[in-house]
Write a protein of this length. Structure first.
Length: 304
């Protein structure tokens, strides 16, 4: 009986989250969309899961429209895949990777279908969005406020093109964050209901492969010789360099937590250091050094 009421409660939560996609709250709630479906699929047999989900989708169709049903399915598929990984006792990192990968594949399929069926142009949409944002900045004087900020028509076009080219990096990071948030919230929830879910290793133990540093160096060298442009190699480098930089930031955060653990620091200290790193990104070189050299071994020996 407890499981029945719990599953009904999570179905209601899922319905409310889906309806929130029509509001400005979508910026926040989209990061939590995997959680209800993930909990329900892990807890329930497939038949019971379908019985809970169908009424939710019907209500969403009636209140929000068929388009939001498709959006619901968009988030439901990675939730089911992650739940299936949980049922098979897969490692937490594998489950998160499956969820993030599903989100990316779905987006690419959606983009291709939109282009083929409706001649949808993402670049034009982004450029029009930038133009709409800059329009209210126009002043009554000879020089517009937008122009004084450098938001000329050419600058807006270049910015929109850069945004489109950076889309793979942006989507990858967002997909990883959404999948990680789903896992981070689902695991304690499922544990409270008697469902064992593997947990991620503590951040302080994470060690990324050394090969990432060499990829980064090669990418930097190529970017120096290739220069700026809109070719395929330029686009790859444009996404590869910030993605590797993001990995080094994670490794730096791991090192901060390792250092705090070894030195018995207050847990608040590594958090402050991570916040500083977000505003002063050259600090991520610590992550590169942590990958290349045995810094942790020296710190562990010195602490004995």
């Amino acid at each position: 009986m407890k499981l029945r009421w719990t599953s009904i409660a999570w179905s209601i939560v899922y319905l409310l989250l889906l309806l929130s996609l029509k509001s400005p709250l979508i910026v926040i709630t989209s990061f939590f969309m995997l959680l209800p479906g993930l909990v329900l699929f892990t807890l329930l047999p497939i038949r019971s899961f379908i019985v809970h989900i169908i009424p939710v989708l019907v209500i969403v169709a009636l209140l929000a429209g068929p388009a939001y049903v498709l959006l619901s399915i968009y988030f439901l598929i990675p939730s089911m895949l992650m739940g299936l990984a949980y049922k098979r006792r897969a490692a937490a990192f594998k489950a998160i990777a499956i969820g993030a990968g599903a989100i990316l594949v779905e987006f690419l399929i959606m983009l291709l279908l939109s282009k083929a069926l409706f001649d949808f142009n993402l670049s034009e949409l982004i450029e029009s969005t930038f133009n709409m944002t800059a329009a209210p900045l126009e002043g009554m004087s000879g020089e517009t406020v937008a122009g004084s900020m450098g938001l000329t028509s050419d600058a807006i076009e270049q910015l929109s093109q850069l945004t489109v080219r950076l889309l793979p990096f942006t989507l990858s990071v967002c997909a990883l964050v959404i999948a990680w948030v789903g896992h981070a919230l689902a695991r304690p929830t499922l544990a409270s209901l008697g469902q064992v879910v593997p947990k991620l290793q503590p951040l302080r133990t994470w060690r990324l492969p050394r090969s990432l540093v060499w990829y980064y160096l090669v990418a930097l060298l190529l970017s120096m010789f290739v220069g700026s442009g809109s070719g395929f190699l330029n686009t790859v480098l444009l996404n590869m360099i910030p993605m590797l930089g993001f990995c080094f930031m994670i490794q730096t955060a791991s090192f901060f937590f390792f250092l705090a653990y070894e030195r018995k620091w207050n847990a608040f200290i590594p958090i402050v250091l991570i916040i500083v790193m977000l505003f002063f990104q050259p600090l991520r070189i610590i992550g590169i050094l942590d990958i290349l050299f045995p810094l942790r071994d020296k710190i562990s020996r010195s602490g004995r």
